[in-house]
Design a protein around this ligand. Sequence first.
Ligand code: NAP
Length: 323
Amino acid sequence: MKEFEVLVTGRMMPLVMEQLESRFTLHKLQEAADRDAFLAEVGPRIKAVATGGHVRTDGALLSRLPNVGIVANFGVGYDSVDAGWAGQHGVVVTNTPDVLTEEVADTCLGLLLMTVRELSASERYLRAGRWEKDGPYPLTHNTLRGKTVGILALGRIGKAIATRCEAFGLTVVYHGRSEQKGVPYRYYPTLVGMAQASDILISVAPGGQDTFHIIDAEVLRALGPKGVLINIGRGTVVDEGALINALQNKVIAGAGLDVFEKEPHVPPELIAMDHVVLLPHVGSASHHTRNLMGQLVVDNIVSFLSGKGPITPVAETPWPPKR
Ligand code: NAP
């Protein structure tokens, strides 16, 4: 399939690069000294793009690739790809659903326990030699016992988180744009309403315009002074300024965050606070799961270019395309 020319927009894992390089004529946008001249030269020959959250794959970039048919995104969240533009211009976008669901749900439960039971703060206490010097770590004010968890976005990962929460003896409720049939959890039609009814708010919502800052000061006030926010979805869903304010003023009790508004920047105000657990976007970050995600990027491109269609097209670019 060397006759097909493929573009990668940034550094991707070796598994992806090696397979794409062995099958296709591969071009690397990140290595172009003059991106404009590079795109003018190779752009018209590109048939497929492999991309990820590291770069915006928007209309400005895609319009330089008039013969592209597929954009394969590394990651289930594809808010950095303009799928609306792609759909309007006959380009299919694929993501990497399912293969990461359980890993991200595991990470979420780890983050939840770390936050509620102060596990990273207590480990820091031990490592600083304070157990021997100052005595036992103080009892935690918070506990998971008898609590209600409100899940924002009960999709694939949200459901895997819910199953785990049930196993931990927690009551699960949820909010999304609409009530889902056959789901055993109580639905709240408003996010504020769910926050009011929850002790712990877990967000696993996708990024993008529709969810931008939907967890705002009002939602945090509704969660209340004993409430905990866990964000494993996208940083842009939470108004980070409002969250810092709420944490500094004890409007909520604590937060566990795997994602941030301007990654990899994490506001120093968050780093300064001990009742916040901060992870560097590691939800799916094991070799096992990242390899499966990488393979799905390659498989989508191979399948598409060999005429069999994409494997995991996103909702905005259904396959076969609607007429
Ligand atoms: P999914 O199955 O597509 O679920 C997304 C859910 O979001 C849907 O159930 C949808 O429910 C809900 N939703 C969409 N727009 C909404 C809105 N405006 N308000 C409220 N709910 C909304 O996706 P998934 O596989 O579970 O992944 C979810 C997200 O997790 C990804 O988009 C990604 O951003 C994030 N993620 C993070 C990591 C990490 O490393 N931290 C790893 C993987 C994924 P309704 O249709 O009922 O509204």
